[in-house]
Ligand binder design. Structure first.
Ligand code: SAH
Length: 386
């Protein structure tokens, strides 16, 4: 199986295998093929922690799996940071000791409700009392990582400072969600959960594993793909591939610059896929009924936040069914940029809104624990807290 080949140190994990692969596994072991479905249900629906707790399987087959080296393979929560806004940042340890971060946002991320009804409530504050919890549930969002580190090198992002160590396996992507749901005691689909693939890494540089994870999360964990959003820095060929997928999350593209000179400065990958290529892919992207493409735009003071640049953005996205999420930079001493003032952000938003583009300002989530966009892993590897 490919995961052994790619990572011989790891004991093989059931998490990450789809129904067909689990069925083959069972049949090769001389078991009836329906054991595949039993394994699938145990791993993804019941989300068992150990082989031993797969009570639908005969004890002898459980022992055999263990002897062959199989494990369920849910990654472990190594550390947990809780923000005063309710956001929880999980440091998740993988089987080879590498770590990634996954973020639980009880009220969503302030810019994506993930259910297609986005508009209008981004600046709303939750009310107090039990109604708040009820409402919070309906908006909970998990921000999922796709790689250990990142290779894209955006100048305003902390993850870029780590470089890329490796791709995550599909099971490690699904495993982050399983670990967080377990810790939060949440059971989809009874309790609604949105997923955003906006954590560490560039999902479209780990495309096959990412897409396999999406299919497992939809089929196994019952999280509909309509409640998932993937964000790409703009890996243009994969945007075309993604448009052809029968089952796919919604698409967000990190824009962050209104012309090639500017975007190339903050996102060097623009030199490989410039705005003309990116916007062509965006215009040709096969949107579904009522679906919009999201453009994310990190505002950097005095760099890309002027009224003129707002008008350039409006011009750029003209003719594409989009919405724009503005994110004021989540700052840090290691970054050569500053956060613009609130008025500057609002002025930028107004210009886009006046041009007929639905534009929202994302509230930063968990900034105090460095769980906000671009900050993941900062305290662990870049600037460890005392
Ligand atoms: N690689 C993907 C997904 C991860 S980044 C991508 O580039 O889209 C998720 C979002 O966080 C992107 O829109 C990115 O532009 C934004 N981001 C990165 N660093 C940030 C920072 N320091 N402050 C605010 N947003 C940031």
């Amino acid at each position: 199986m490919s995961r052994h080949a790619s990572n011989p140190v790891l004991r093989p994990s059931l998490l990450g295998l789809n129904l067909e692969e689990l069925t083959n596994l069972a049949v090769e072991a001389g078991q009836p093929s329906y054991r595949g479905q039993q394994l699938f249900d145990a791993v993804y629906r019941q989300r068992v922690e150990t082989l031993d707790s797969i009570s639908t399987l005969p004890a002898q087959y459980r022992t055999q799996l263990a002897e062959e080296g199989w494990r369920v393979g849910v990654p472990t929560v190594e550390r947990k940071f809780v923000s005063n806004d309710g956001t929880v940042r999980y440091l998740i340890e993988l089987a080879d000791g590498e770590t990634v971060e996954t973020v639980w946002m009880p009220e969503g991320d302030g810019g994506e409700r993930g259910d297609g009804s986005d508009a209008g409530e981004e600046t709303e504050r939750p009310s107090s009392g039990s109604a708040q919890n009820q409402e919070a549930w309906r908006r909970a969002t998990i921000c999922v990582s796709s790689q250990v580190g990142c290779a894209v090198n955006c100048k305003f992002c902390f993850t870029a400072l780590l470089g890329v160590k490796r791709n995550l396996e599909a099971g490690e992507i699904v495993g982050q969600v399983v670990a967080v749901l377990r810790d939060q005691g949440v059971q989809p689909p009874m309790q609604r959960v949105n997923l955003v693939f906006m954590g560490m890494g560039e999902p479209f540089l780990n495309y096959d594993n990412f897409m396999k994870a999406v299919r497992l999360l939809a089929a196994g964990l019952s999280i509909p793909e309509s409640r998932m959003t993937v964000s790409t820095a703009g890996i243009v060929p994969r945007i075309y591939d993604f448009g052809q997928e029968a089952l796919r999350p919604k698409l967000a593209i990190s824009l962050n610059g209104s012309n090639d000179a500017l975007r190339g400065e903050v996102m060097p990958l623009n030199r490989k896929w410039n705005l003309e290529a990116l916007m062509k892919a965006a215009r040709e992207f096969p949107l579904r009924a009522r679906e919009r493409l999201t453009f994310e735009y990190v505002l950097l003071e005095g760099v890309n936040d002027s009224p003129e640049q707002a008008r350039e953005v409006a011009e750029l996205v003209r003719g594409v069914r989009v919405k724009v999420n503005l994110i004021a930079l989540n700052p840090g001493a290691e970054l050569p940029f500053h956060t613009p003032a609130e008025e500057q952000v609002v002025a930028f938003q107004k210009i886009l809104v006046a041009a007929g583009i639905p534009t929202f300002v994302r509230r930063p989530r968990g900034r105090d624990i460095f769980a906000a966009c671009g900050q993941l892993k900062r305290t662990v590897e870049i600037a460890p807290a005392p």
